[in-house]
Design a protein around this ligand. Structure first.
Ligand code: SDX
Length: 430
């Protein structure tokens, strides 16, 4: 147990309340407030700004220093020297794989890339112009129907197979969501290709001619998946944990995570960044939009800026910016007008007193959309790409919770509604 304590003195309660304080490997200490319920008290922390909901060994973020570690490894080293599937192994098993473990893991993922042929019929229930996130949310949830009876979440092997199925099938389902939206036939995965290469093959290939994926674009796609892989207890990961805490099927939990990610304040920001840059249209209009972002009476926010945790730069944004430069140089579009607007917007925002004072820096979503647009991915698919990358983080946190001691999540509230009152029959109401 802890040898540190916090003492809470509450008006109206005679004795001070002793609360244990725990220290982690890195980061702030936490105060265990479990004893408060017995004193008739709850904590109050809307948005969980100051609440640690669990212990975890997967990812550590230091918002003040711009640090992101996956199982202790800095994100910039992983982005530079690793690849997405190796990072998936690290997040799931806690250590970097040996060469043999890496080969075996990659082969197992490749053996799960196809989806049941019956899944194809689910797509036909959607309108062709349905948002791909709505489609993805639906078909991933539908995967529950294919595996629910064969999945015992208390069985570690069953949990591992569910992880392989989700990591392997998400690119296939994502590409199917895109193909469905443009009326083209679905492409089957080609397991002779790498993970990101296979995804781009399924996105842009067609049955009428052989497809060749540009290796620079495949590498950029792989880094985008890697940079989105996990991010501690963000809104969508916390959603997956809460759904999983009831014992729900992991496919249903991931569908819940996809739904939470869709919001423009979270994973939907990459799509919103591109829409914002296109709305700005020219560097001459940047000041107008920066003024709007600062205006309390205007709901407009500078999409791709700010973060709940990072109050310094988002280390992922730095790597993403480098990847954007590489991709645009490879495609010979260094002067892509939206990139020019993005870079000028970043310069202005980083020198504007409002953004400096509120510590609003570019986040992971600010540059990712530039790369995705350059690769040819439509804006409506940007958050789908985020969901593909984040699936391993969601499933790693779900597995970490289910394999440990967990209880169903059940937050309380500060009730501000009516006190008890008696029912009034309709003929006696005013
Ligand atoms: C992701 O949690 C994660 O880890 C998420 C993520 C992950 O990998 O899972 O990193 C991915 O979601 C990145 C964030 C993508 N969202 C956006 O880019 C949308 C734009 N950003 C904002 O909506 C906002 O910054 C949030 C939602 C990201 C953070 O919100 P917070 O922490 O609740 O901050 P806040 O809303 O309390 O803002 C603090 C102040 C406010 O002003 P005051 O009320 O103090 O006067 O800063 C202002 C806000 O108005 N502010 C902005 C702003 N972001 C915050 N003003 C203008 N433009 C912005 N982008």
């Amino acid at each position: 147990m802890s040898d540190k304590h916090a003492t809470l003195k509450v008006d109206g309660i005679e004795d001070a309340i002793e609360l244990p304080v725990y220290s982690g490997t890195l980061g702030p200490d936490v105060v265990d407030v479990g004893a408060l319920t017995g004193k008739g008290l709850f904590t109050y922390d809307p948005g969980f700004v100051s609440t640690a909901a669990c212990t975890s060994e997967i990812t550590y973020i230091d918002g003040a220093e711009g640090v992101l570690l996956h199982r202790g490894y800095p994100i910039d080293q992983l982005a530079e020297q690793s690849d997405y599937l190796e990072t998936c192994y690290l997040l799931l098993y806690g250590e970097l794989p040996s060469a043999e473990q890496k080969r075996k893991f990659e082969n197992t993922v490749k053996r799960h890339t196809m989806v049941h042929e019956q899944i194809r019929t689910f797509f036909n229930g959607f309108r062709r112009d349905a948002h791909p996130m709505a489609v993805l949310c639906g078909v991933v949830g539908a995967l529950s129907a294919f595996y629910h009876d064969s999945l015992d979440i208390a069985d570690e092997h069953h949990r591992e197979v569910a992880a392989f199925r989700l990591i392997a099938k998400m690119p296939t389902l994502a590409a199917m969501s895109y193909k469905f939206s443009i009326g083209q036939p679905f492409m089957y995965p080609d397991n002779s290709l790498g993970y990101a290469e296979n995804f781009l093959h399924m996105m842009f290939g067609n049955p009428c001619e052989p497809s060749k994926v540009n290796p620079v674009l495949a590498r950029a796609m792989d880094r985008i998946f890697l940079l989105h892989a996990d991010h501690e207890q963000n809104a969508s990961t916390s959603t997956v944990r809460l759904a999983g805490s009831s014992g729900a099927n992991p496919f249903a939990c991931i569908a819940a995570g996809i739904a939470a990610l869709w919001g423009p304040s979270h994973g939907g920001a990459n799509e919103a960044v591109l829409e914002m840059l296109e709305e700005i249209g020219d560097v001459s209009r940047i000041d107008e939009f920066v003024a709007r972002a600062k205006d309390k009476n205007d709901p407009f926010r500078l999409m791709g800026f700010g973060h709940r945790v990072y109050k310094n730069f988002d280390p992922r944004a730095k790597v993403m910016k480098e990847a954007a430069d590489e991709v645009l140089a490879e495609l010979g579009i260094e002067n892509e007008p939206l990139l020019a607007i993005a870079k000028r917007l970043e310069e202005i925002a980083l020198n504007d007193e409002y953004f400096v004072e509120k510590k609003l820096y570019p986040n992971v979503d600010f540059y990712s959309g530039i790369i995705l647009k350059a690769i040819g991915i439509p804006t409506s698919m940007f958050t789908v790409i985020f969901a593909v990358g984040r699936t391993v983080g969601w499933i790693a946190h779900w597995h970490e919770m289910i394999s440990g001691n967990y209880r169903i999540g059940r937050p309380r509230q500060l009730y501000t509604g009516h006190p008890k009152r008696d029912f009034v029959p309709v003929d006696q109401r005013g």
